[in-house]
Design a protein around this ligand. Structure first.
Ligand SMILES: *Cc1c(COP(=O)(O)O)cnc(C)c1O
Length: 401
């Protein structure tokens, strides 16, 4: 089997060849430490600040508000832990949602163990935060609202601007995990009243192990890694120069191709959704039908185990995911699917397909064709499906009487 259809771009993406090319000299000829005084290495300081400016410009931010990190998880940890500590004298309450990435949820749980109080907001059946609930959750002691821009499992986009406005009105800091959204949809930190934003290189055809946290100037936030004076003394450690070059190059590239890519992916996504819902019975689309990432489709197939589905798809050369990669290996159904109200059984039979810039219509058609056969075969082996069919026929013959 040499065919490989990669439909797991929410887990990670292929680093674009131009991005690799831009990075390469910084492993070899330009290996100098940006903190060194001599010109040969100091050039790298300049190279890093160029990337910082490019990233800032995309968000409508200032270069000095961008802090490079080792990825999205670190940025999320930093935002929550540092705000909690820096604003502890103001209050101890944090608001987030039930559908965040584990980098947020597990950090929030850690803070709870340290004495902070956390409200995890419910979402509606499409995965959208209810603004009324958010307003009700606000207390005089609330110091931070953290709501993700776009969900990594079901692709749902949140009303970020409205959330930002609510936070601003109440004088509460607003952080958003934009790891899935940055480079995919336009973001302006000022329009949305965002005070902090996390992003990651490897979700936008950049390298792994590099990301950033945007921190609006004026936000009091302690350093995350103590040591040298890098990242304005807030995140010590010799800069990951090749990674930073890769992240900046990938971000500029993603913005340049954004409109065309989103158009193409939306069309393919909708074609995929239409075919799956029409051709495979007892199937449901998870997440909002329209307010979702251009590249995300998430389905639940009744009477099917998500893990079995993945193995069978893998045998056909198709890479997909059931729920989020972090939860695979454990038998717990995805916390996101449970939060949108799916019963455990239905949540177990879920499949996430996330398109990328190289996905073609042929890939989608091949995938749906395989999926039809696989779901049919798996159902034929399912005792639950057998019971269901028996009941169905019983009902039908009863209604005929
Ligand atoms: C991938 C992802 C992260 C983690 O980013 P890493 O760079 O892999 O640490 C955080 N949040 C969301 C929404 C993600 O999709």
């Amino acid at each position: 089997m040499d065919k490989l259809i990669y439909l797991d771009n929410a887990a990670t993406t292929k680093t674009a060849p131009e991005v690799v090319e831009a990075m390469l000299p910084y492993f070899t000829e330009n290996f100098g430490n940006p903190s060194s005084v001599y010109g040969f290495a100091a050039k790298n300081k300049e190279a890093v600040s160029v990337q910082r400016e490019r990233v800032a410009e995309i968000l409508g931010a200032q270069a000095k508000e961008i802090y490079f990190t080792a990825g999205g998880s670190e940025a999320d940890n930093w935002a929550l832990k540092a705000v909690a500590e820096s604003y502890a004298s103001k209050g101890n309450h944090i608001i987030t949602t039930k559908i965040e990435h584990h980098a947020i949820l597990h950090t929030a749980e850690y803070l709870e163990r340290k004495g902070f109080e956390v409200t995890y907001l419910d979402v509606d059946e499409n995965g959208i935060v209810k603004l009324q609930e958010l307003k009700k959750a606000i207390r005089p002691t609330t110091i931070l609202i953290s709501v993700m821009f776009a969900n990594n499992e079901i692709g749902t986009l949140q009303p970020i601007k409205e959330i930002g406005e609510i936070a601003r009105e109440h004088g509460i800091l607003f952080h958003t995990d934009a790891v899935q959204a940055f480079g995919q949809i336009p973001i302006s930190v000022d329009d949305c009243h965002i005070d902090m934003l996390s992003a990651s290189g490897h979700k936008l055809n950049g390298p792994k192990g590099i990301g950033f946290l945007y921190i609006r100037s004026g936000v009091k936030i302690r350093s995350f890694i103590h040591g040298g004076a890098q990242e304005r003394k807030r995140r010590a450690g010799t800069e990951n120069v090749p990674g930073i070059i890769g992240l900046g190059t990938a971000a500029v590239r993603a913005v340049k191709t954004m409109e065309a890519r989103a158009g193409k992916e939306t069309e393919l996504r909708d074609h995929l959704i239409r075919r799956v819902l029409e051709e495979i019975p007892y199937t449901k689309l998870n997440g909002h039908p329209k307010k979702r990432l251009p590249n995300n489709a998430n389905f639940s197939f009744r009477f099917v185990e998500g893990e079995s589905l993945l193995i069978m798809l893998d045998m056909k050369g198709i890479c997909a995911s059931s729920g989020s990669a972090c939860t695979s290996g454990s038998l717990d159904p995805s916390h996101v699917l449970l939060a949108i109200g799916l019963p455990h059984e239905t949540a177990h039979g879920s499949l996430r397909l996330t398109l990328g810039e190289e996905t073609t219509r042929e890939d989608i058609d091949y995938t749906v064709d395989c999926l039809k056969g696989i779901v049919k075969n798996l159902r034929e082996m399912s005792p639950l499906y057998e019971d269901f069919l028996k009941k169905e026929t019983a009902c039908k013959s009863e209604s005929r009487i």
